[in-house]
Design a protein around this ligand. Structure first.
Ligand code: ADP
Length: 256
């Protein structure tokens, strides 16, 4: 069990149970992720990608089935334990940035470390290093409302990474970034994955972004429809295979 950083058994998610709008979004999904993998989840809009990522990362609770993170079944933890577990292990990069408007960008990024009572000098060094890698070192004294959407997203990325999470959960992490900053983020994620062994599980609709991963999971109608491992493919070969999968899946829509 514990060699997998994540294990999902028969995960089912139903929204609106016992209402007229009851809808089964995920149908008994089984899935494992090993330590150090970089997984990209793709699939059509509404196929269940966000639901899946929320249910495997303590954000939401499955209707049935089990989710183990580092061998611990999430449902056996109290809400306090889940809070501590998230804060010690997980880094979230979502599209809604949730930065506090009353705090500067620096204070927002520092928050997870301030809570942990890390020394101010160490916090300073860590933030400088991350802010430089995300090109926001000139913005650290500004407030979120003084920054653009892309700048706020990059600040939220720094905050997600400042705690050195063991697992990064990212839902369309480049959604608000231009191509230069998308590329920077992907290089940073790849570096964290390859050099620091951080496990990454990311949703993206973009084949180029997906080509940075080590395994592709294609979700369709609430099920894992296809998987593709990069193995010894070059990034370009892997990218081409991902493009083909998406093209074939799109073609299927025309022939239904
Ligand atoms: P994706 O991320 O692939 O676009 P989602 O996981 O967001 O898909 O949604 C999958 C399905 O579940 C969609 O039909 C969506 O309408 C439905 N859904 C998602 N969240 C909720 C919710 N909170 N309540 C009811 N239905 C939801």
């Amino acid at each position: 069990m514990s060699e997998h950083v994540l294990e999902v058994k028969n995960l089912k998610k139903v929204y609106g149970i016992h209402t007229a709008s009851e809808f089964e979004t995920l149908h008994y999904i089984n899935f494992t992720c090993d330590n150090g993998e970089f997984i990209c989840i793709m699939g059509p809009s509404g196929s269940g990608k966000s639901t899946f990522i929320n249910n495997i990362s303590t954000i939401d609770n499955p209707t049935s089935g089990k989710v183990y993170i580092q061998g611990v079944e999430i449902r056996t933890m109290s809400s306090n334990e889940i809070g501590k577990f998230r804060y010690e292990n997980l880094g979230f990069i979502f599209q809604d940035f949730n930065l506090l408007d009353t705090h500067t960008i620096y204070e927002n990024i520092a928050m997870p470390l301030s809570l942990k009572k890390v020394k101010a000098a160490l916090i300073h060094d860590k933030i400088q290093q991350l802010a430089q890698s995300m090109n926001i070192d000139a913005l650290l004294k500004k407030y979120p409302h003084e920054c653009s959407g892309g700048q706020r997203q990059r600040a939220a990325i720094c905050r997600a990474l400042v705690n050195d999470p063991k697992i990064i959960i990212a839902d369309e992490p480049t959604g608000n970034l231009d191509s230069v900053n998308s590329n920077e983020l992907l290089k940073l994620l790849q570096q964290l994955n390859q050099e620091n062994g951080v496990t990454i599980i990311m949703v993206s609709h973009d084949s180029l972004i997906a080509s940075y991963s080590t395994r592709l999971i294609y979700i369709k109608d609430g099920l894992i429809d296809q998987t593709l491992e990069r193995k010894d493919m070059t990034q370009e070969e892997y990218f081409q295979r991902i493009v083909e999968i998406n093209a074939t899946q799109s073609k299927d829509v025309f022939h239904q």
